[in-house]
Every structure is written in structure tokens, then in C-alpha cells.
Design a protein around this ligand. Structure first.
Ligand code: NAP
Length: 325
């Protein structure tokens, strides 16, 4: 009997076709929500799930009694109840590495765009307001030579720090669960406690995963520790930051600017003030969104689910304890 895979994220046709050679595939790439009756019916028979960006709850798992593996088209696994999956013997896989450099590019884009006020000043030109050479009220601040504080120094954190240190001569500070001696050696990075880092950095860039430990890691108190000239960048997950406190700090000029790719609620609600603030660059969660990288992520997810359902070791398992690999 062919195993059945439910796909709830758009995948390239060629990759879907590849999966269909070995599995029965129910493609819900354009699914609006998990209540869709056809999706629910497919879930009941599914051995594998491939998707991203939607919360997988225990209720969804109850509705999928034959589920053996999930391949997320993402590196972040905050949408999955990992412990619950492990208890149920369901293997979760993600897509690390293939998106690291692209997401780091986006992180650096936010550093540059906020420091040099690129979006605000491009809008100024678009509105036809560029009538004379600009004065100090339109100047930005330098990136090169400044201090970059990385909150999280994993794959993406290190790739951003590398850009800063090697490309822009920045001094690198980091706070991270474990020390990173190789990066200290390579980049001259120095580990600090979070509070200390916040007080010293010209740019604070968040790259920790969202978890119960990091939820609202950056709140009113932490923002209050930042310099009023400092710029805050979040390329990780919106939930790591208390968004109301961030808006207040930006509004009151307690920090200079923010570059944000991720938000507490996505898509950003229409009544959010963030896109209308001159000192905010808000992007629609495009960290990994290039043709090349999204294809590589889909490729990885397809390989992961194929291997997991064939009883082989997937390329990037998250909860290895779920079943013998
Ligand atoms: P990673 O390699 O696992 O790096 C995460 C780092 O955070 C690790 O170094 C880890 O420390 C550290 N960390 C975890 N919990 C911590 C805590 N409570 N306190 C301090 N440090 C902690 O992951 P990655 O590949 O760099 O991805 C990071 C996150 O970026 C993802 O989880 C995802 O949410 C986000 N992301 C966003 C986008 C986007 O489109 N904006 C794209 C890709 C990823 P250890 O090294 O000691 O374990």
C-alpha cells in the first residue's frame, strides 16, 4: 500500500511530481485554513505532512491517527508541539542551513535600510519632495565600524555577524545559550550577558528561535537598556519581542529605529502603527523568500518526508527521539 502525504504549502510542480512517483499525494498548496472538509478527510489517512506557517495543534494530530512524520518547510519549529510529537512517535524535520545565508542577507538589509533610512528617503523621492540637497535632518548613521549585538549566535546569527565583522568592520558582541569559541576566534566576537549587550550595542539583532524561554525576551525593560541612538532588528520571530513595548519605545524616541521582518501577528493587522512609523522598516516575513532559497527549502522538505516515510534517516530531523532512525 502506498503511503499518503498531505501537502499544505505550495511546492514546485516538479517536486510534487517526484513525491507522486512513490506516494499518494493530497495537494492542498492553496489551503486557506485547516477546517477545510477535504483537508480533514485527507488528514485522517495521512502518513506524512509537508507544510509551514500554520500552527499544528494536538487537535490536528488527533485528526491524523496514522501520522508518522512531518516535514516543515522552515527552520523554525515554533508552530509545532515538539514534545507532543515525540510522545506520539511522530518525527518532525525542518530545513536548516539551506536558508541561512539568504536570511542573513535580509537581516543585513534591515540593518542597512534602518541606519541609512533607505525606505523613508525613497518614499520622500517618490512623493516628489526632493527639491534641494538634504540637510542633517535627513542624515542616517554609519553601519561600518559600529558595534553589532547579536541576540542568538546560531547559524543565522553567525552569518549576520560574519557580514558585519568581515564586510563592515563591525565589532561583534553576542549573547547566546552556549559560548561560541570558534566565532570568537574567527570574528573577534565577544560574549556578553543580554543586559550588558543591550547597553553596549549600536545595533541589536535578534536571531534566537521562539520558545517558552525566549517568548518576549525583549520587553520594555530590555528596550530601556538600549541606547537611544541604537537600532533594533528582528529577523527571528515576532513573539520574541513585546511588540507594544517596542512601538512605545520607537514612538518615544527611546531607541532610534527598528527593522522588522517578523511580527506577533502575521500578516500584520491593518491597524498596526508599525508600517506608518518613519523610523520602522517593516517587511512581510521575507527572510528566506528568494526563488533559489525557497526552492532549496522545498527540496529539503520533500527529501525529508521521502526518507522519513521510507524508514530511512531524514536529512534534518528535529526530534530524533520520536522513533528509531
Ligand atoms: P540555530 O542555528 O538553532 O540558532 C539559534 C541560536 O539561538 C543558537 O545558537 C542557540 O544557542 C540560541 N538560543 C536558543 N535558545 C536560546 C535562549 N533561550 N537564550 C539564548 N540563546 C538561545 O537557528 P537558525 O538556523 O540560526 O535560526 C534561528 C531562528 O531564525 C529560527 O528558529 C527561526 O525562528 C528564525 N528564522 C526566521 C526567518 C525569517 O524568514 N525571518 C528565516 C529563517 C529562520 P545554542 O547554540 O547554545 O543552542
Amino acid at each position: 500500500m502506498q503511503k499518503r502525504i498531505v501537502v499544505y504549502r505550495r511546492l514546485p510542480e516538479a517536486l510534487l511530481a517526484e513525491l507522486k512517483r512513490d506516494f499518494h499525494v493530497d495537494d492542498f498548496g492553496h489551503l486557506e485554513n485547516f477546517e477545510d472538509p477535504a483537508f480533514r478527510a485527507a488528514l485522517k489517512e495521512a502518513h506524512g505532512l509537508v507544510g509551514a506557517s500554520q500552527k499544528i495543534t494536538p487537535e490536528i494530530l488527533d485528526a491524523a491517527p496514522h501520522l508518522e512524520a512531518i516535514a516543515s518547510v522552515s527552520v523554525g519549529v515554533d508552530n509545532y508541539p515538539v514534545d507532543e510529537l515525540t510522545r506520539r512517535g511522530i518525527l518532525l524535520c525542518n530545513t536548516p542551513d539551506v536558508l541561512t545565508e539568504t536570511t542573513a542577507d535580509t537581516g543585513f538589509l534591515l540593518i542597512m535600510a534602518t541606519a541609512r533610512r533607505a525606505v523613508e528617503l525613497a518614499d520622500f523621492v517618490r512623493r516628489g519632495e526632493w527639491q534641494a540637497s538634504l540637510g542633517a535632518s535627513h542624515f542616517g548613521s554609519d553601519v561600518h565600524g559600529k558595534t553589532l549585538g547579536m541576540v542568538g549566535m546560531g547559524r543565522i546569527g553567525a552569518a549576520i555577524a560574519r557580514r558585519g565583522a568581515l564586510g563592515f568592520g563591525m565589532r561583534i558582541l553576542y549573547s547566546n545559550a552556549s559560548p561560541k569559541p570558534a566565532l570568537e576566534e574567527e570574528l573577534g566576537a565577544r560574549r556578553r550577558g543580554l543586559d550588558e549587550l543591550l547597553g553596549e550595542a549600536d545595533f541589536v539583532c535578534v536571531t534566537v528561535p521562539l520558545s517558552p524561554e525566549t517568548e518576549r525576551l525583549i520587553g520594555q525593560r530590555e528596550l530601556g537598556l538600549m541606547r537611544d541612538s541604537a537600532i533594533f532588528v528582528n529577523i527571528a520571530r515576532g513573539g520574541v519581542v513585546d511588540e507594544a513595548a517596542l512601538i512605545e519605545a520607537l514612538d518615544a524616541g527611546r531607541i532610534r529605529a527598528a527593522g522588522l521582518d517578523v511580527f506577533e501577528r502575521e500578516p500584520l493587522p491593518a491597524d498596526s502603527p508599525l508600517p506608518h512609523m518613519a523610523n520602522v522598516v517593516a517587511l512581510p516575513h521575507i527572510g528566506s523568500a528568494t526563488h533559489e532559497t525557497r526552492h532549496a527549502m522545498a527540496r529539503r522538505a520533500v527529501d525529508n518526508i521521502r526518507l522519513a516515510l521510507s524508514g530511512e534517516r531524514p536529512l534534518s530531523p528535529v526530534n530524533e527521539d520520536a522513533r528509531p532512525l
